[in-house]
Design a protein around this ligand. Structure first.
Ligand code: 16G
Ligand code: ZN
Length: 528
């Protein structure tokens, strides 16, 4: 380690004194003006992680669905997963080191993790379309190079595309080619093959309106569109040419306001979807004959996907364990439908993609989605091998199901939830199953629900257990919630400290909107 070079460069990315930040659920995220030192330091940390794992590490500069003025950064681990929890702690430790302590902290982390400093390091970088992102990726590069790491800067990418690149690079190309072209070709080939097998090729399956949140999803979908246009034509809205990133549009806006994004007119029967600002989340929606808006969230996406997969797996006759992973925010109707009608086991984890992803890895086929539209499906190596073999060897009904599965597996981004990949999976399933968006929506009826934020002096006074469904502290809070819940029918409520904002989140559901609203309100009063 050239310690004097580190000191010199670190001073060029000086930490505002007294600023303490934490590597949260999705990395560091806040107002862009305070983040330059974090970018430089995450470049340094990525080098240490790369040396330790002897693998390529990714750094993504994005603040997802946050306003344009914010930014953020997260590290991507070797197989395209989120950074390991012990390294999240190192990230926080390094981020908060005072200038004069930088060398000591770097040495500390290296010693704790037995990093061989002589080892080569390779870091790949991606960024979203925020005005601050380009400069920030330069700061990351500065951090990587000062520690002697090599860099490949992919420039503008969606978050899941960067996860894909990291995964490809560390699996000797087995997962795909680590280029944007490789990504487009892998997904489009699978999608076009699938849509060719769909018996219905009526016009209603051919077009989709996409709200791109004025973000990176628009650029990438425009680049990719002609690769899959044989199977689907997309009409892009909020493509970043006029509006502001995530402003009154995008998956987060549509899900939390339960209304259409600005800048998109929806006619009866039109199928629409929204991405978030870095294109790792997707929700669908439509308007019925009376002009009422209907949201199809991550829970219903998980239901569509898992029932489709279950059916195909039954056809190939393999006894595989399929599991669905949700969080406490999953609508009670979705959980009931999955368990009672579809007979698939459902598991609940804490909020945050890494928890769901980790749980889903335990199954032969694990489908995970947060209600907010973040999710994907994971297939074990043994299952993939088996399906490949059946697809190669059989020409009968079983072989046909295996071929569909083969393509569906290729279409999912197994490294991370991916709005583009999920969109193509959903479009392929609807076409193959000959389902309209209304029929999909009618699988079950969501229980009315309400989410509220409560500002408190210290959100840490609330701690939870049982995948955030039960409050442990402060004493008496859970009992109070239990009493409130008893007053309503089909009701459920929980509180949890947010991992991304300084607030407490309250969730309630019940048999009517009025009940859900008043239960949420009463629970929020109990928090004080
Ligand atoms: C982050 C998470 C998202 C989660 C959200 C919850 C990732 C990549 N993103 O955005 O999955 O739903 O945080 O935020 O893990 P909250 O803790 O503020 O409710
Ligand atoms: Zn996102």
């Amino acid at each position: 380690m050239d310690l004097s070079a580190i000191t010199k460069h670190s001073a060029l990315h000086a930490k505002p004194s007294g600023l303490l930040l934490q590597y949260g659920t999705a990395g560091f995220r806040m107002k862009a003006e305070h983040l330059d030192h974090i970018m430089f330091r995450m470049g340094l940390l990525a080098v240490l992680r790369s040396k330790q794992t002897k693998s390529t590490i990714g750094v993504m500069v994005t603040a997802s669905h946050n306003p344009e003025e914010d930014n953020g950064v997260k590290l991507v681990d070797p197989l395209g997963e989120m950074l390991a929890p012990s390294w999240e702690e190192h990230a926080t430790y390094l981020a908060n080191a005072e200038e004069e302590d930088m060398q000591r902290v770097l040495i500390d982390i290296s010693e704790k993790e037995a990093v061989d400093l002589q080892q080569d390091a390779f870091v790949v970088i991606g960024r979203d379309t925020r005005p601050s992102s380009e400069k920030f990726s330069q700061s990351v590069i500065d951090g990587v190079t000062v520690l002697g790491g090599q860099v490949h800067d992919y420039g503008l990418l969606t978050t899941p595309q960067l996860h894909y690149m990291v995964c490809c690079r560390n699996t000797s190309g087995q997962y795909g080619m680590a280029t944007i072209e490789g990504y487009y070709q892998k997904l489009s080939k699978a999608f076009v093959e699938l849509t060719k097998q769909a018996s219905c090729s009526g016009d209603e399956y051919r077009s989709l309106k996409v709200d791109c949140a004025n973000g990176i999803g628009a650029l990438k979908l425009k680049e990719m569109e002609h690769y899959f246009s044989q199977g689907l034509s997309v009409q892009l809205f909020n493509d970043g040419t006029k509006g502001k990133l995530n402003h009154l549009c995008g998956a987060d806006f549509v899900k939390s306001h339960q209304k259409p994004p600005q800048g998109m007119e929806i006619k009866f029967n039109e199928r629409c979807c929204s991405f978030d600002g870095d294109a790792d989340r997707i929700v669908y929606y439509y308007c019925d004959a009376d002009g009422h808006f209907h949201l199809i969230d991550g829970d219903k996406i998980a239901t569509l996907i898992s029932s489709f997969l279950k059916e195909l797996l039954l056809e190939i006759g393999e006894n595989l364990n399929v599991g669905v992973v949700q969080t406490a925010y999953a609508n009670g109707s979705s959980t009931r439908y999955l368990e009672e009608v579809m007979k698939v086991p459902v598991y609940c984890t804490k909020t945050g993609v890494k928890h769901l992803h980790h749980k889903a890895q335990e199954f032969d086929v694990g489908v995970y989605f947060e209600a907010n539209g973040h999710g994907t499906a994971l297939f074990s190596k043994a299952v993939e091998d088996k399906i490949n073999q059946l697809a190669r060897e059989l020409e009968d009904k079983k072989g046909k199901a295996a071929k569909i599965l083969r393509n569906i597996i290729d279409l999912f981004n197994q490294a991370a939830g991916d709005a583009i990949a999920d969109m193509l999976v959903i479009e392929a399933i609807l076409a193959l199953k000959n389902l309209t968006i209304q029929q999909w929506d009618a699988l079950y009826t969501d229980l009315p629900n309400r989410q509220l934020k409560v500002k408190v002096a210290d959100r840490k006074v609330i701690s939870t257990t049982d995948a955030e469904r039960q409050a442990v502290t402060p004493p008496g809070l859970q009992e109070a919630i239990n009493d409130l819940v008893k007053k309503y029918r089909l009701s459920r409520a929980f509180v949890r400290p947010s991992g991304t904002e300084d607030v407490i989140r309250v969730y309630a559901e019940a048999d009517s909107q009025e009940s859900a609203d008043s239960l949420a309100h009463e629970v929020s009063l109990a928090v004080f």
